[in-house]
Write a protein that binds this ligand. Structure first.
Ligand code: NDP
Length: 407
């Protein structure tokens, strides 16, 4: 049985729901807290977490009367205790405290820690059968089949929060698996959509951070510019909905109004549209199986006038091609893809490599991994974390030679 509920079993939710937000101080966390703020009487906040932003975390915990607040950086426990002094909010620090936050009995958990660090906390929520709104795509990219199997076994309900997957989630309800032909994930094309390869190669950090439509965290914004983000989303869609790589197409759609489409056997294509605002897919996950009031701007198609589409360019954006390669290779290759990309993006932010070298480092790390005969199915979180760790080390070793190599 799939952990993603594909048919909408309508219910009228009335009771107060307990919720936990992992990564509450981030961009997705912020949007989630905004939605909770708008319906304070419907939600009780169980736990909130952050990495280092103690003051932001404490402020939110006090505002929402959270029961527990956790910061990942163990050296900040005293700072957190001081910030929560005089309240009855329990607190903790370190990875175990983030996992404890996820394991506490909330009905609904937003998994919005960034990076592979989000895997173990998300699994802690999944293992107790919670409804988990999954924003952290690395959980699936790193642990794929294993993550979804654990969710199905525990009876957890995975609600896709990433806008494209949420769109597919909504559209998939129009037919069944046998009737499905393919899914189409749209991509804005990012700030370098029309740029020549030579210019993309030299793009600066400031240019990479200028996303045309979405306001997001730094890492995902850079991934959007390289289209690595779309690659991660292709992998995410494959695991979430049990789709073969051939069943997933990417379509560049610069206006970011259609977020995803599903084609069925009768050639009907069902799409989900909306203003580019993450609060819409998050609201869908928060309200599921009902719909709640969302704060995004009303979609005015007459004002927008034109929706345009282009085929993706796998030459100028090799990161997208590499995602399909990783998916076809399987056996930990998608974990390597993600780990190498995280190392590459950090190196780009630190000014150690050019923008164009991000995909080259990912490709070199994947090649080295495959050549070394390290491919094997991942059967546990520790397996995934170990591959992630080793692939990062490999990428770091390859970094100097990639940095020197021109395209
Ligand atoms: P941000 O960088 O804005 O926020 C990340 C959050 O995770 C922060 O609360 C941060 O805490 C916390 N965090 C970071 N590292 C750790 C760690 N090692 N342990 C525990 N907590 C940690 O990221 P986004 O909100 O943009 O993205 C979150 C996830 O959602 C990512 O996986 C991203 O790919 C995905 N996503 C994001 C979208 C977006 O629009 N932003 C869209 C779709 C998916 P602190 O503030 O203290 O650093």
């Amino acid at each position: 049985m799939s952990a993603v509920p594909l048919r909408n079993n309508k219910s009228v939710a009335s009771a107060v729901r307990s919720v936990t937000v992992l990564g509450a101080t981030g961009s997705i966390g912020d949007s989630t807290m905004d939605l909770l703020r708008a319906s304070r009487d419907r939600y009780q906040v169980e736990a909130l977490t952050a990495n280092t932003n103690v003051q932001g975390l404490a402020k939110l915990a006090k505002e929402f009367g959270a029961r527990f607040a956790a910061v990942a950086d163990p050296s900040r426990l005293n700072e957190l205790k001081d910030a929560l002094a005089g309240t009855r909010i329990e607190c903790g620090a370190g990875e175990s405290a983030i996992i404890e936050a996820a394991a506490r009995p909330a009905d609904w958990v937003m998994a919005a820690v960034s990076g592979a660090a989000g895997l173990k906390p998300a699994l802690a929520a999944v293992d107790r059968g919670a409804s988990v709104a999954l924003a952290n795509k690395e959980c699936l990219v790193c642990a794929g089949d294993f993550f979804m199997q654990r969710a199905a076994k525990a009876g957890a309900c995975i609600l896709p929060a990433d806008s494209e997957h949420n769109a597919l989630f909504q559209a998939l309800g129009s037919g069944n698996r046998e009737e499905l032909v393919r899914v189409i994930i749209t991509a804005s094309g990012g700030p370098f959509r029309t740029w020549a390869s030579a210019d993309i190669e030299q793009a600066t950090l400031a240019q990479a951070l200028k996303h045309p439509n979405w306001s997001m965290g730094q890492k995902i914004t850079i991934d959007s510019a390289s289209m690595m983000n779309k690659g991660l989303e292709v992998i995410e869609a494959s695991y979430l909905f049990a789709l073969a790589p051939e069943e997933i197409d990417v379509l560049v759609h610069p206006q970011s109004i259609i977020h995803g489409m599903v084609e069925f056997s009768d050639r009907s294509v069902v799409a989900q549209l909306g203003s580019p605002d993450m609060r819409t897919p998050i609201a869908h996950c928060l309200g599921w199986p009902d719909r709640i009031v969302g704060p995004a701007a009303k979609l005015d198609l007459a004002k927008i006038g034109q929706l345009t589409f282009e085929a993706p360019d796998f030459e100028r954006f090799p990161g997208l091609r590499l995602a399909y390669d990783a998916l076809r290779t399987g056996r930990g290759a998608t974990t390597v893809y993600n780990a190498a990309n995280e190392v590459a993006v950090a190196a780009f932010i630190a000014g150690k490599i050019r923008f164009g070298a991000i995909a080259r480092l990912v490709e070199a790390t994947m090649d080295a991994w495959i050549r070394s005969g390290n491919l094997a199915p991942l059967t546990s979180a520790d397996d995934a974390i170990s591959v992630d760790h080793n692939a990062r080390n490999k990428a770091v070793t390859l970094l100097p030679q990639i940095a020197l190599k021109a395209s």
